[in-house]
Design a protein around this ligand. Structure first.
Ligand code: PCA
Length: 221
């Protein structure tokens, strides 16, 4: 069987932080061999004008079969598997270059949204079975993570690559200094273990040629 190539992306710190859990996880997984799959990690800038060129370069260079894009989402309490990317940038804070687009499409003329092509329900179920809290998220927001997720799905549409996005909780050292009420956090070791389990599930799923599980991942509102 041909080797499966996995690309994991993580973001540089943003919003005045000095760490981003997504990059801590991605870089820990770089070079991992897992059931005949090879993991490569690439860091993306948290800059609207630079994230997509960096993503495109990583896709062209590594030609992955599976892409797991990761980002930090302060306030999330689990391994949060995104369902959908939407064609809008609406920034609540400035990016790392000071840009703050409001209601600008990610790709002019593109469809309103793309779904993840990861088996999101199977992934959540498999993670929970392995002891990692996980859930389906119905929105990846409207900042750089959603921009990258949308462009990823747009670029790979119809190519048979399994790609999607996961938001991660803060690291404890971030949560300890966060302004306002205490937010949930997971230590890096737990985040890395969960992501590694997710990759193993995705590789097995791809090798077995399975569809997604028919499990509810919905929310009332
Ligand atoms: N989180 C931000 C951008 C980079 C990151 O890690 C987001 O959710 O859009």
């Amino acid at each position: 069987m041909a080797e499966v190539r996995i690309l994991v992306t993580g973001f540089e710190p943003f919003g005045g932080q000095s760490l981003n859990p997504s990059w801590e996880v991605a870089r820990a997984l770089h070079g991992l061999q897992l059931q005949g799959a090879q993991v490569t990690a690439v860091q993306l800038p948290c800059v609207f004008a630079q994230a997509l060129p960096a993503l495109q370069q990583a896709l062209a260079q590594h030609r992955p079969d599976i892409v797991l894009a990761l980002g930090q989402a302060e306030g999330r309490c689990d391994f949060s598997v995104e369902r959908v990317a939407i064609n809008v940038m609406d920034a609540r804070i400035a990016d790392n270059a000071g840009a703050q687009p409001i209601d600008v499409p990610v790709i002019a003329g593109g469809p309103a949204a793309y779904f993840s092509t990861l088996p999101i329900k199977s992934l959540v179920a498999g993670l929970k079975a392995a002891g990692f809290p996980a859930s389906v998220s119905q929105t990846a927001g409207t900042f750089v993570c959603n921009q990258v997720f949308y462009a990823l799905q747009h670029t790979l549409a119809g190519l048979g690559v399994h790609s999607g996005f996961v938001h991660l909780p803060l690291l404890p050292e971030q949560a300890a200094h966060w302004k306002g009420p205490t937010l949930p956090s997971w230590p890096a070791s737990l985040q890395i273990a969960a992501a590694q389990q997710a990759l193993a599930l995705l590789v097995a799923h791809r090798q077995q040629g399975l569809g997604d599980a028919a499990l509810s991942g919905g929310t009332l509102n």
